[in-house]
Design a protein around this ligand. Structure first.
Ligand SMILES: [Zn+2]
Length: 105
């Protein structure tokens, strides 16, 4: 009887461990997806600023770009820092890497 209880306990721990690993993996994926969305929002604001300012290339004025985002420059949910690219260049997150979404030029 005692052996059976120990076996059930070990199985329960294994199942809980697998569930925790699955949950953490999904959480990391969700954060990466959110981060990509943040970088796309920045890109959209950059393009809007470029049209209004009449810019076709070069660096962007991030203070001016942030005016096109309701809550300012978004932050990475994992605490990464964004490197804002110039016009026609994507953003880069210090945790999640470069923006994957391709925008028309
Ligand atoms: Zn990030």
């Amino acid at each position: 009887m005692k052996k059976r209880v120990i076996t059930v306990g070990i199985v329960a721990l294994l199942v809980a461990g697998c569930a925790a690993v699955f949950y953490l993996k999904r959480l990391a994926e969700a954060r990466a997806t959110y981060c990509e969305g943040c970088m796309c929002c920045i890109e959209s604001a950059k393009q809007t600023w470029a049209i209004v300012a009449g810019k076709t290339n070069g660096p962007v004025d991030i203070d001016e770009v942030s005016k096109y985002l309701k809550r300012g420059i978004p932050e990475c949910p994992s605490g990464g820092k964004y490197t804002i690219g110039g016009i026609g260049e994507g953003q880069r997150c210090s945790v999640h890497g470069p923006m994957r979404t391709q925008w028309p030029k």
